[in-house]
Design a protein around this ligand. Sequence first.
Ligand SMILES: [Zn+2]
Ligand SMILES: [Zn+2]
Length: 127
Amino acid sequence: MYCKNCGEPMHENQAICIKCGVKVGKGTNFCANCGASLPSGADVCMNCGVAVKKPGSDLAGQDKIVMILVCLFLGGLGIHNFIMGETKKGIFKIIMSFCCGIGEILALIDLVRIAMDTYVVNPEKLI
Ligand SMILES: [Zn+2]
Ligand SMILES: [Zn+2]
């Protein structure tokens, strides 16, 4: 196993990388299977063929629990979207909150998706 952030070899039972201090599984720079450096946005490692992203949810490397809490308390303002790099979605939520008051409802949908591990970050979408 290799650190996905800096490519340093790690033991299977290590919780964080000793070299860069990043949690295991965080980062997208290196393949966790072979340690090869990855181009940004790669889905599969071109060196060993292992899938880089886990199937299911993609929270842009953010912690699930943190995102649920942010979503719960600040979701209507799209704060969780901004944190995950979804600027369009965040702005859309703010507008919806002020115009129709449904920003919170949209945030609730996000919250459920995050909790169910089906949330996938997509900066191009509005909802
Ligand atoms: Zn590291
Ligand atoms: Zn690889």
